[in-house]
Design a protein around this ligand. Structure first.
Ligand SMILES: [Mg+2]
Ligand SMILES: [Zn+2]
Length: 361
């Protein structure tokens, strides 16, 4: 994944901005004016710990003129950065527009001239400012914008921003006359599973998928008392929808994944393309009607429902079908999960690109 940047305005955002009645209206006139806004250090620390690079982007009207001397601007920055450094916080870049509105330059926020050369992940990056022009700048960059005045303090703002950019996660709630499902998913997880699913074998299957894909998965699902059809189908659909959401624009992933999984006498091959189009093919032919409370005919239907919603192509081949129904299904679940993990994983050699010659998935 490419870098996550927190673009941060200076005056009125990091530090106090004087009001209209101050000797230097709307301008930090010297070190005596330097005040950090509440919980600023704690908030920046939390951003830093969450993996954000800090980049300052500031409009300094007429910087270098008598009205806004460069020495004052730099003295304030030097003291500010000294304080931040004591907390281990460093700005990777300090980007300054020295112009006035009437100069009509390309670098004054909300214009993006100062940052056009930077490479960053827009979904994971943010802009923090205090003015409408900061939010417009965020919009022009395609990153989430936050206004400090909308929050009690810096820490509250950062907590909100971290929740919004938590990474490749999804939460889906779906209630119909037939089923009620809540599912949350963290693609870059550790394979943790918490399930409360009204079908023991389906619960087992989901547990295997989470464990072998290293996706963290929490599922609560209740069905009707007709049979297992609606429940299995709807859990498949919701899991597929969550995968689609968590994959976002599928930037920087490997896209293709495969796995060859033996389960005792059974050998299953799975191949996945996260290319945004649905396909599902399998040669699985059940020899029993049920495994526990799960109809075996619902197993391919589960994978199909999932693949439809996730917009992925999935091939599941039983190269050695073996003799045991339970083994066959487990082998398919594990092979699917391993292939999914491989396909969804970041490709470090193509970190910010969409893995398609079309440029879109
Ligand atoms: Mg400002
Ligand atoms: Zn400029």
């Amino acid at each position: 994944m490419s870098r996550r940047i927190a673009f941060i305005d200076r005056d009125g955002t990091l530090i106090w901005e004087p009001g209209p009645d101050h000797p230097t209206p709307y301008q930090v006139g010297g070190l005596a004016d330097l005040r950090l806004l509440p919980r600023n250090l704690s908030g920046l620390r939390r951003l830093h710990d969450a993996g954000f690079d800090l980049v300052m982007v500031t409009n300094q009207d007429g910087l270098g003129t008598d009205a806004n001397p460069t020495e004052t601007f730099e003295a304030v920055n030097a003291k500010l950065f000294e304080v931040l450094a004591s907390e281990g916080l460093v700005f990777d870049a300090v980007l300054v527009c020295p112009h006035r509105p009437e100069d009509d330059c390309a670098c004054r926020k909300p214009r993006t001239g100062l940052v056009d050369d930077l490479d960053f992940d827009p979904d994971g990056s943010i802009m923090i400012g205090d003015r409408e022009s900061d939010l417009q700048f965020a919009e022009a960059l395609g990153v989430r914008g936050y206004r400090i005045t909308d929050y009690a303090n810096w820490l509250a703002l950062v907590d909100a921003a971290l929740a919004d950019t938590a990474g490749r996660t999804a939460f889906i709630e779906r209630t119909t006359a037939e089923t009620s499902i809540q599912l949350s998913l963290q693609l870059d997880g550790e394979g943790r599973y918490e399930g409360s699913v009204a079908n023991g074998f389906l619960n087992h299957l989901l547990h295997l998928v989470a464990r072998h894909s290293l996706i963290d998965l929490t599922v609560q699902a209740e069905g009707d008392d007709v049979d297992d059809h609606h429940l299995v189908e709807d859990v498949g659909l919701v899991l597929g929808q969550a995968l689609r959401e968590a994959l976002r624009e599928r930037r920087g992933i490997r896209r293709y994944g495969d796995a060859l999984v033996p389960m005792d006498e059974v050998l299953c091959a799975a191949a996945i393309d996260l290319g945004g189009r649905f396909a599902f093919e399998t040669d699985y032919t059940p020899e029993r009607d049920m495994v526990g409370a799960l109809s075996t005919e619902m197993v391919p239907h589960f994978f199909q429902s999932l693949a439809v919603e996730a917009k992925l192509a999935l091939h599941l081949r039983l190269l050695a079908p073996g003799r045991n129904e339970h083994h066959r299904i487990e082998a398919m679940a594990k092979a699917f999960a391993r292939a999914l993990r491989a396909a969804a994983e970041p490709d470090s050699r193509a970190a910010s690109s969409i893995p398609s010659t079309k440029g879109i998935l």
